[in-house]
Design a binder for this molecule. Structure first.
Ligand code: UN1
Length: 496
């Protein structure tokens, strides 16, 4: 068990409150991973103060130089990949193959940042007046608040930290209380790679105290948040009132459509991975399966058989397919949705219960669960469950499938399995989601492409790729007049 401290101005400091909290292994609740400071508004203010001081110098370091530091971050992460993955499996529960992928996503994001600094282009634009040039450049904003979730303990923090810092901002990050260790280790890697003191600060604790303190602090210029729509609304409200920039990455109720002409075996594998990978705890998880009527019975019987073969257990075991849920509370939420589904009249095809065989009795395991005969108005077809629960709906044809697909308040990811090129293209056009997959499940976003959703999934920003840099920079428009005379736009003409 390791004792972690806040990371402020390059130093490891206890919380001024003297209070701490534990982080435990969801696969074996007896195992304590680490002890963390329970920070207060005072700790947050100190972290913001240090980020504010560091900003003055950091923003003036040329982008390509900041990029070099990001390359070193990637190199250290490559060396520590296995160590970080194992720690992540212990603190979060997902299986080791996936935590290796999570770290890899962080490495890829650092490598992307390492080239972005040399190619983050502005525009040069002709002027309407002679002897005058016009251009745009992108500038950092100042000190950011980054608030991250527990389901991708390294990847999502890196989606925010790396573009934020590369752009010349400084930051205070509050990782989720279920997975604080991954960000704690990441901060040490950044320091080792040469990120100057105060550029990244880490404070630990709950949203009510630490999150609110970050959000409400007048020196925070923007907040980037990934988590629930409920908290997202609260953050948006405060940022709106205070005119702070705000990027929100919220829930999903992602649908996967299988049309009758699809490769059913391929679709089956996609559904299992999309619905039960990460124990269903992804914002992009496949939580609705929409089947065209004529394949419905065959597909669900094959799906049941395959889902029941998935092996549950401690994610450090390479043969395990599905790890535990992150916490007891999460397991209770999942189970309460199972009760809701039953009451609503959906038919439980498999699962629907806690799994406690052998060593799993010490963890928060839940059987992969499938409800069939779900109708679009049911709560299990509308609300984000964030667990291994799949709702299967029936569609009479392509048109109805798309209507069901779009019939939720969320709009993150969608997927269509078909061999019909025309239908695939029509689905791409009609899907009301920020991400669309053809013949692949709703998960599997790559770090160099925009990531985010429509409708209640967010507020229009996109993380990932070049678009993440739009979140963390302001456009500055520059006019350079080299005529030596006063020229009046819209009034003077080129004839003089
Ligand atoms: C999330 O769903 O919470 O697309 C993030 C994926 C990952 C990131 C998912 N690369 O599945």
């Amino acid at each position: 068990m390791k004792e972690y401290k806040n990371f402020i101005d390059g130093k490891l400091l206890p919380s001024k409150s003297g209070r701490t909290f534990e982080n435990r292994n969801p696969a074996n609740w007896d195992e304590v991973i680490g002890v963390f400071p329970k920070s207060t508004a005072e700790d947050v203010a100190q972290a913001i103060e240090s980020a504010k001081r560091a900003y003055k110098k950091w923003r003036q370091i040329p982008w390509p130089k900041r990029s070099e530091i990001m390359r070193r971050v990637a190199e250290i992460m490559i060396q520590k990949k296995e160590e970080l993955a194992r720690l992540m499996t212990r603190e979060m529960g997902k299986v080791i193959k996936e935590t290796r992928g999570d770290v890899q996503e962080g490495i890829d994001t650092a490598l992307y940042a390492s080239i972005q600094g040399r190619k983050y282009f502005g525009y040069t634009v002709p002027s309407e007046l002679p002897n005058k040039s016009c251009l745009t450049r992108r500038e950092p904003l100042g000190v950011w608040g980054l608030i991250t979730p527990w389901n991708f303990p390294i990847a999502i923090p890196t989606w925010k930290i790396f573009p934020c810092l590369l752009s010349g901002n400084t930051a205070v990050i509050k990782p989720a209380t279920y997975t604080p260790a991954s960000v704690g280790e990441l901060a040490q890697i950044l320091q080792e790679a040469g990120v100057p003191d105060g550029v990244l600060n880490v404070v630990y604790g709950g949203g009510g105290e630490v999150g609110e303190a970050i959000l409400n602090h007048p020196d925070i210029v923007g907040v980037s948040f990934t988590g629930s729509s409920e908290i997202g609304r609260r953050i948006g409200e405060v940022c709106g009132k205070r005119l702070k920039r705000c990027s929100l990455e919220l829930g999903g109720k992602n649908g996967l459509v299988v049309l009758k002409d699809a490769d059913l075996e391929l679709a089956l594998e996609g559904v299992l991975w999309g619905a039960f990978g990460t124990t269903g705890q992804r914002c992009t998880a496949t939580s609705r399966l929409i089947l065209e009527e004529s394949i419905y019975d065959e597909f669900i019987s094959r799906l049941k058989e395959r889902a029941e073969k998935l092996k549950l257990g401690n994610g450090l075991d390479e043969d395990v397919d599905v790890g535990p849920l992150v916490s007891e509370a999460q397991r209770q939420t999942v189970h309460s949705y199972v009760e809701i589904g039953k009451k609503e009249g959906a038919r439980l095809l498999t699962g629907g219960e806690v799994y406690k065989e052998g060593e799993c009795a010490r963890g928060w395991f839940y059987r992969p669960t499938i409800f069939v005969d779900v109708t679009p108005d049911m709560r299990i077809a509308q609300e984000e469950i964030f667990g291994p629960v799949l709702s299967v709906l029936r569609a009479k044809d392509f048109e109805e499938a798309i209507e069901i697909l779009n019939g939720t308040t969320y709009g993150l990811s969608s997927s269509i399995y078909t061999r019909d090129l025309n239908k695939a293209h029509k689905a791409i056009e009609l899907a009301e989601t920020g991400i669309v997959y053809i013949n692949a499940p709703t998960i599997g976003a790559e770090c160099h492409l925009p990531f985010g959703g429509m409708k209640n999934t967010g507020n229009g920003h996109r993380e990932g790729g070049w678009t993440a840099y739009e979140i963390f920079t302001e456009v500055k428009t520059v006019y350079i007049d080299y005529s030596g005379a006063l020229q009046k736009a819209q009034i003077d003409t080129w004839e003089g």
